[in-house]
Ligand binder design. Structure first.
Ligand SMILES: [Fe+2]
Length: 311
């Protein structure tokens, strides 16, 4: 009886829910008073394999939403030949500004392993060389779309009369984050900006003429990274990696986060506090899974439209 229910749940999660692509809509009151809204499409964890045409077409359909900005929080590839599928999926977004950071699945592809290990602590990729992905080619695809590489870097962009500052790190899950570079990257950004007033990015301090928002981006939302971002003045942090728990228990939620944040923050919008500062945190449950763990339960694949509005 119990085995039958388990098999039924696995069949549902593998054959049906894994392909129930869902658009979540979230409002984030984070802009300076009087600001025009900014619509951000948050994509994450595509884990694209060449045969996943339904996922590619669903992502393409999101271009009709006409977002102002796209944030891609990594883990784009689920197969060594997945890049063409990513390119096809993202082509309709050409001309829309974007930023991206790497996840571990932008460097090395998935490996067959015991899926129960997922519930025993953060995952590890033990044989990186054997499963190496073409990260440079993936970055070329993003660059051709006009998107900005935020791996251990900072950048800025003006959208709808708000000055957006971005800071990002390479994937903390595999130790590629260089938090010691964040301060210098922000300093360099402001040194190159003739309008910078050198204030922290608090809308109330940034001057009436130029409302400013600082957005920080990481693949894996480890606490050390979130704390650093908040201490550097981030007002909105976007992350992926958790898959929302991927296999959840109805009424209980995620069993694991695959990192060190609390389970209740495994997906969706929440607050992250560090010292006296606070930031919004949005974690995407992402659109894919490893091809060796093709199941989602009580946690459908998702993309999110974040509408940033005046606080
Ligand atoms: Fe992922």
């Amino acid at each position: 009886m119990l085995a039958g229910a388990g098999l039924g749940a696995f069949a549902w999660g593998s054959l049906v829910e894994r392909r129930q692509f869902t658009l979540r809509q979230v409002t984030v009151p984070v802009l300076a008073p009087g600001s025009e809204p900014i619509r951000v499409l948050h994509l994450s964890d595509l884990h694209m394999a060449p045969w996943q045409r339904d996922k590619q077409e669903w992502i393409r359909s999101l271009a009709a939403l006409k977002p102002d900005l796209i944030v891609n929080t990594g883990d784009n590839l689920g197969h060594i030949d997945g890049i063409s599928g990513v390119e096809h999926a993202l082509e309709p977004f050409r001309g829309i500004p974007g930023v991206f950071v790497n996840g571990s699945n932008d460097f090395s592809g998935p490996q067959a392993k015991n899926p129960l290990k997922y519930f025993m602590g953060p995952s590890k990729n033990n044989d990186k060389a054997k499963h190496a992905l073409d990260t440079d080619r993936l970055h070329d695809v993003f660059s051709s779309l006009g998107w900005t590489d935020l791996n251990n870097a900072a950048s800025a962009l003006d959208l709808n009369d708000t000055h957006l500052e971005f800071v990002g790190v390479d994937d903390p899950h595999i130790g590629r984050d260089r938090l010691e570079l964040v301060t210098g990257a922000i300093d360099d950004l402001r040194a190159d900006d003739p309008l910078s007033d050198e204030s922290w990015p608090d809308p109330s301090e940034a001057g009436e003429d130029r409302p400013t928002l600082t957005i920080a981006v990481t693949h894996a939302p480890y606490q050390r990274v979130l704390n650093s971002f908040v201490n550097h003045g981030a007002q909105l942090i976007l992350a992926g990696h958790t898959h929302g728990g991927q296999v959840c228990v109805p009424g209980f939620g995620a069993l694991v986060t695959n990192c060190d944040i609390p389970r209740r923050q495994v997906k969706g919008l929440s607050r992250w506090n560090a010292g006296l500062r606070t930031s919004f945190l949005h974690v995407s449950a992402g659109l894919g899974t490893s091809i060796y763990a093709p199941v989602r339960f009580a946690c459908p694949p998702e993309a999110t439209i974040l509408t940033l509005t005046a606080a």
